[in-house]
Design a protein around this ligand. Structure first.
Ligand code: 2HA
Ligand code: ZN
Length: 269
């Protein structure tokens, strides 16, 4: 069957990376049923032939106007589709969409009329925000990591930067590779505008944010980088809970040791 990926190695690589990460999310137990979603901004690798492709859907309302998305193209996981299926058959469980010139509607252009994720308004609002601030980040994903979600059920961990410092202190890698830490958003209805807006606010300070009692959202240059940050944070959460289940409170590295690392690696904060 013909695919938009045919003879387009750059686009095929990006969709292949999404499929690879979708497989990791499933294997890690972070993507039950249709849980989680991924969108990537592929505008940079879209050629004139793609730009002239006829839509294969009606025009669909985004729900809000996002002026920075004019002329943008995204690959999106489909709503109600399984992450484990996206891993094996990305073009049957996701689609390429084009944002229309009114910046309030989109249409699906390839390969199949798979309607994008239920969290599309959050994802597109994040992409709009990233473009607006001149960021080179192209990937956004949302997932349900068990350990990190469990931690948000403890009110003590919802305090600003409490989890960031705790997770940083579990292993130096987390301080080094998730240098902006973890933002926390109080519970909001999934798929809501309120959730989208709260997420954007936190992204001013963080690359990764937790939706209380729901999941994580991460942004990055590409999908691998975004995944690696959440994987690293989850590793820290695992170390914390392993120590706790052995019956003791882990001591963690000191603030001085974390700051030493920050200076040695030239990290922000
Ligand atoms: O896509 O995870 O938050 C399913 C979800 C919604
Ligand atoms: Zn979710």
């Amino acid at each position: 069957m013909k695919s938009i990926l045919d003879n387009r190695p750059e686009l095929a690589k990006q969709v292949g990376d999404v499929a690879e990460v979708a497989g990791y999310l499933w294997q890690k137990g972070w993507a039950e049923r249709n849980g989680g979603n991924i969108t990537i901004n592929i505008t940079d690798v879209v050629d004139d032939e793609i730009k002239s492709l006829k839509p294969i859907s009606d025009k669909i309302a985004i729900g809000r106007t996002l002026p920075n998305l004019k002329g943008c193209y995204f690959f999106c996981k489909g709503t109600n589709r399984r992450m484990r299926d996206l891993a094996r058959w990305p073009m049957d469980n996701g689609s390429v969409i084009r944002i229309l010139d009114d910046c309030a509607h989109y249409e699906i252009i390839a390969d199949n009329p798979v309607k994008p994720t239920s969290e599309l308004v959050s994802h597109l609002s994040i992409h709009d925000y990233l473009i607006g601030k001149g960021s080179s980040y192209k990937a956004v994903f949302h997932s349900h990591p068990i350990d990190l979600i469990a931690m948000t059920h403890n009110p003590a961990f919802l305090e600003k930067d409490k989890l960031t410092f705790l997770l940083w202190s579990m292993i130096p890698e987390t301080r080094a590779f998730c240098p902006r830490g973890l933002g926390i958003i109080p519970y909001e209805m999934p798929s809501s505008f309120a959730l989208a807006d709260a997420t954007i606010k936190e992204l001013e300070e963080y690359d990764v944010v937790m939706w209380e009692k729901h999941g994580v959202v991460a942004t990055g240059e590409d999908i691998m980088e975004a995944f690696d940050m959440v994987d690293t944070l989850s590793k820290s959460a695992q170390i914390y809970l392993t120590a706790k289940s052995m019956g003791f409170e882990p001591t963690g590295t000191t603030l001085e040791q974390m700051n030493e690392l920050r200076d040695a690696f030239n990290l922000p904060k």
